[in-house]
Design a protein around this ligand. Structure first.
Ligand code: BGC
Length: 347
């Protein structure tokens, strides 16, 4: 019995005890088509800082494993992303990694890939309504919970906090999960009359300029008596802070975020943003490249979790996240090498 068969059996026994073993059963079990496995990476966008890091870490790890990666970016356009996936399939990739602009629309991409026997890894955002093979992400509910908890912790016993909520893109399953996580913390406070949502809206495509418009509309409606802006990521936080700056309110209102973008870390150091969530993207991208390599070379994969996606429970890997404030910028993102001291604390 070869080493590979022994490993497969050991993984299988482990999976029964601890998790889910992913196999390609049900799909054409192709032999890898190339000597060096080829992985297709279809991205929603490269216009936000975070996704450039994801791509670079992914490429570095795939290269170190000896895989070739073909990258496409769809510029937040579903039709273009479907075309990208088509072109990657035509190029003969052995596995596909998709960061969907719209999780629902990319179900078609999974179907197209499966017709050619190509497995699909859903990266960070879930592809819904399809037999997505594997999903790797952060604990997205926890992201929302930590953002809301940060605000809840700043409530004193007599206070009633007036907040503006800026959600992400409606087309992104994560945006709904962040909201759901926030709701779990906020609803009891709202019900107890300790918090009031004075304005809320979804920022189309997560764009800062759309978040700025939402913030402008909130100030127009409610005036400057706002205690906090629950912005769902750093891009939308940046847009909201721009609106606050124009009204002379920047630094006077709590603002949340997520991603530990460099600009957000600088704002936290300077005091115009109150917190962000650090999601170790290097860990995500490196693990994703490892998984994509295994999919491409048909090695067994062990995933501890499952995420229902409306079609089937998708074997999933979830990574942990951390709250970052002025107090722990150095102990978190800087200590982890994600940001440099001299970049964050610019003179
Ligand atoms: C990601 C966030 C990101 C947002 C906008 C979400 O799906 O989880 O990290 O800020 O998309 O790109």
């Amino acid at each position: 019995m070869g080493l590979r068969s022994i490993l497969t059996i050991v993984s299988f026994i482990l999976s029964v005890a601890t998790g889910i073993l992913l196999s390609r059963s049900g799909k054409t079990a192709n032999e890898p088509r190339h000597e060096r496995p080829v992985i297709g990476l279809s991205m929603d966008t490269l216009k936000e800082e975070r996704w450039i890091s994801d791509r670079d870490f992914f490429l570095a790890q795939a290269k170190s494993l000896g895989a070739e990666v073909l990258v496409r970016s769809a510029n937040s356009d579903d039709t273009r992303q479907l075309r990208d996936v088509e072109s990657l399939i035509t190029a003969g990739v052995d596995a596909l990694v998709i960061i969907p602009h719209n999780g629902e629309a990319m179900a078609r991409a999974v179907e197209m890939a499966h017709r050619e026997g190509i497995p699909v890894l859903s990266y960070d955002r879930l592809i819904t309504g399809a037999e997505t093979d594997l999903y790797i992400t952060f604990d997205n509910l926890k992201v929302g919970e930590l953002q809301a908890k940060f605000l809840a912790d700043r409530l004193t016993s007599r206070e009633r906090m007036r907040i503006v909520r800026i959600y992400g893109a409606k087309t992104d399953n994560n945006a709904r999960l962040f909201k759901q996580g926030q709701d779990q913390v906020l609803q009891p406070l709202i019900d107890a009359g300790k918090m009031e949502v004075i304005f809320e809206d979804w920022a189309e495509d997560w764009k800062p300029e759309n978040a700025k418009k939402i913030m402008n509309a909130a100030i127009t409606k409610a005036g400057p008596q706002i205690d906090a802006v629950l912005a769902s990521n750093d891009g939308t936080a940046g847009g909201a802070i721009q609106a606050l700056l124009e009204e002379g309110l920047s630094g006077k209102i709590l603002v949340t975020g997520q991603d530990a973008d460099l600009a957000a870390c600088q704002r936290i150091a300077a005091g115009s943003q109150s917190m962000t969530i650090y999601k170790p993207v290097k860990q995500l991208a490196t693990a994703a490249a490892d998984l994509a390599y295994k999919l491409a070379t048909q090695r067994p994969i062990l995933a501890k979790h499952e995420t229902p996606n409306g079609k089937h429970p998708v074997p999933s890997v979830w990574l942990d996240v951390t709250t970052v404030t002025q107090d722990n910028l150095r102990a978190t993102v800087i200590a982890d090498g994600f940001r440099k001291e001299e970049d964050v604390f610019r003179k």
